[in-house]
Design a protein around this ligand. Structure first.
Ligand code: PXG
Length: 287
């Protein structure tokens, strides 16, 4: 199925969907976005994604000229119109088209666009074997500079961390914050498992509060696992029974090796696989 794109009220096919080179989203990375999935034609946790999008916009002084309800209906319409069963939806709001110069007041109105496509981050065998990873030297943004809780168009530090992983021939990277605590992966949140307890960094320390993360916390609690949100360092990961990552694109995927050390038994562990199975059942359930 070919992808379709909605831009400021009009539908386009992939080949004809374009935005201006004077858009401040492109010129300055001035904007916010969401990555959303639909399973079997149903959008997963649309409200949570819209909440986060509007909160991100608010934090960067960007007023979205469209209500959450209308935005949500556009997303639902796109999923139906695309004919794609398992959509990956990229919803972007930029500061808009303006003259050169940083001043956001140069932009008359935000640009809103939404891509309806598919995504596959890893081949199936990685979900069984787990990913290899290293700790990137590139830290995430300082929370008082550009809060990692804002899902902004500034992904360069995450991309540069990813490049470190590519150069070292591993699948993924773990990023630390400025104080050296474990933060997240390049586009995923992180959990460590020890003695059937899931541990993950709290959002206030400076991570993106993932929709998948929150879902896995809920599912994990229901399944009887302990859940603790607390700052962790690399020692906690090296010595955990299991480490896994969560994200809209990746869903739930284990880490087999970190910085040359096998994590647990060096494969995706039983808790990771259990949560991945429960997650899949949850997102595809009929209710
Ligand atoms: N941390 C960061 C920095 C992210 O960008 C997550 C955590 C996980 O959040 P969600 O809400 O997805 O569970 C993200 C999400 C992409 C892509 O196209 C990136 C994300 C999500 C989907 C696709 O690379 N980032």
């Amino acid at each position: 199925m070919p992808s379709i794109v909605w831009i400021d009220g009009t539908w386009y096919d992939r080949g004809s969907a374009v935005v201006s080179v004077f858009d401040h989203g492109l010129l300055y990375g001035d904007g916010v976005f969401e990555g959303i999935r639909a399973y079997g034609g149903r959008v997963f946790r649309l409200d949570a994604h819209l909440e986060r999008l509007y909160a991100s916009a608010k934090a960067i002084w960007l007023e979205i000229p469209m209500s959450k309800d209308v935005m949500g209906r556009m997303v639902e319409e796109g999923v139906a119109k695309s004919g794609i069963k398992d959509n990956y939806i990229r919803l972007v709001v930029t500061r808009g088209v303006g003259d050169l110069g940083l001043d956001p007041r140069k932009c008359a109105k935000p640009t809103i666009f939404c891509i309806f496509d598919t995504i596959k981050l890893w081949p199936q065998d990685r979900y069984e074997k787990g990913l290899t990873a290293l700790t990137a030297a590139t830290p995430i943004h300082h929370r008082e500079a550009l809060s990692p809780r804002v899902k902004s168009l500034n992904y360069l530090s995450h991309i540069l961390a990813k490049v470190e992983g590519i150069a070292a021939n591993v699948d993924e990277v773990i990023m630390l914050d400025a104080a050296g605590y474990v933060a997240e992966a390049s586009g995923m949140n992180l959990f460590a498992v020890s003695n059937s307890t899931l541990r993950t960094p709290p959002p206030y320390t400076g991570i993106l509060r993932g929709v998948t993360r929150d879902t896995v916390i809920e599912i994990g609690r229901e399944a009887g696992y302990g859940v603790e949100e607390l700052p962790m360092n690399r020692y906690d990961l090296y010595t955990a029974d299991e480490v896994f990552l969560t994200g809209t694109a990746a869903e739930v995927v284990g880490i087999s090796k970190l910085d040359g050390r096998a994590i647990g038994k060096g494969v995706a562990g039983p808790v990771t696989r259990d949560l991945a199975t429960r997650f899949r059942a949850y997102v595809t359930r009929d209710d």
